[in-house]
Design a protein around this ligand. Structure first.
Ligand code: ATP
Ligand code: MG
Length: 350
């Protein structure tokens, strides 16, 4: 394993590879000082960065506050070398939620518990103007106590590209969790698109299989667009009713998060006590050019001074690094095909 045993920033000793996505590899690592386990997501800049597009309008974002939520994977710090970006984040020891499904569908009360946690996380982010846009099993992790942790909140700028590719290359996987309006590229409401994905996730937990499946992508797209699916006979009438309201193709007619949270099936056993705390931190603006272009050492495992470091950021900060909560400025990826503009390149450290 290429990184095993290496020490990042004299602080994190790399262990085994936990998983691999389209843009990143995720490693287990240990904080040498505290022995705390963390996960480090390593992104090859080259894969996501279009050189020459860094010189964009810069804007400072002030008065940012750091927020945490029990069901959102915490991002501890972000570092960058010349060629890579490192996201040091909470380690989800329990792995992917959907590994549980390999043993079969979940009981309704178990599925409801996860769905409640998922909706809590999504509601929390939506109320702050942050949309996930890539809710899918790989991004639903569990900690050592079996608590759901949603990962990659706000990192969806990276996956926009993949969705685009997904239309062109079937190897990019199934769009099974994506809302019809996203597939149709009509321009969409991020909140409603996330709700659709939550509905597909709930369906899969209860059924043990996808609501929309077929032998080819076009057929799957067609089914999604028409919400062409059936409920297995073991789904209760209450959950069937709720899912019908979520898996509604017209986003305007689709149920809102607020309504989901007042739904009787959803509310059963729901612990609605506050699950987040807010920590205010002083943030000092710094030019992100240092991170992207420049003198940062090519070898990420070099001394601290060679690394550009963005410290004490969580997912919201990363999102906030770019205007409109759009990461396309931070990760300057070839999104021009999607007609998105590149944005802000100002960020903070302390
Ligand atoms: P995408 O390319 O859309 O991000 P992905 O979510 O599968 O796809 P990554 O986010 O790179 O890819 O993660 C790869 C895998 O690593 C995940 O599927 C998960 O199994 C594992 N993983 C990611 N983050 C953590 C974490 N904090 N703790 C434990 N395992 C993780
Ligand atoms: Mg992920």
């Amino acid at each position: 394993m290429e990184n095993k045993g290496k020490v990042l920033m004299q602080k994190y000793e790399f262990g085994r590879l936990l998983g691999q996505g389209n843009f990143a590899k995720v490693y287990h690592a240990r904080n040498i000082e505290t022995s705390q386990s963390v996960a480090v997501k390593v992104i090859e800049k080259e894969k996501v960065l279009k050189v020459g597009m860094i010189d964009q309008t810069k804007r400072e974002i002030s008065g940012m506050s750091l927020v945490k939520h029990t069901n959102i994977l915490e991002l501890y710090e972000v570092m960058a070398s010349k060629s890579k970006i490192y996201f040091v984040m909470e380690y989800a020891k329990g792995g992917e939620l959907f590994n549980k499904l390999s043993k079969g569908k979940l009981r309704e009360d178990v599925a409801r518990k996860y769905f409640q946690q998922l909706i809590s996380a999504v509601d929390f982010c939506h109320s702050r103007g942050v949309y996930h846009r890539d809710l899918k099993p790989e991004n639903l992790l569990l900690d050592e106590n079996g608590i759901l942790k949603v990962s990659d909140f706000g990192l969806s700028a990276l996956t926009e590209c993949k969705h685009q590719d997904g239309l062109l290359h079937t190897t990019c996987g199934t769009p099974a969790y994506v809302a019809p309006e996203v597939i149709n590229r009509k321009g969409y409401d991020g909140a409603k698109a996330d709700i659709w994905s939550c509905g597909v996730i709930l369906y899969v937990m209860l059924a043990g299989y996808l609501p929309f499946h077929d032998t080819n992508l076009i057929a799957i797209y067609r089914k999604i667009s028409k919400a062409d699916y059936k409920f297995p006979n073991w789904f209760s009438p209450e959950v069937t009713k709720l899912l019908s309201r979520i898996l509604t193709p017209n986003p305007k007619a689709r149920i809102s998060i607020e309504k989901i949270m007042t739904n009787p099936w959803f509310r059963k056993g729901f612990n609605s006590k506050p699950v987040h705390n807010k920590v205010e931190k002083a943030l000092v603006p710094v030019d992100i050019d240092a991170v992207f272009s420049s003198e940062a050492n090519n070898n990420a495992f070099e001394a601290k001074k060679d690394m550009a470091k963005l410290t004490n950021l969580n997912a919201f900060d990363i999102i906030s690094l770019s205007s409109g909560f759009d990461l396309s400025g931070l990760f300057v990826i070839p999104i021009f095909r999607l007609g998105l503009t590149n944005r802000i390149v100002t960020c903070y450290y302390n």
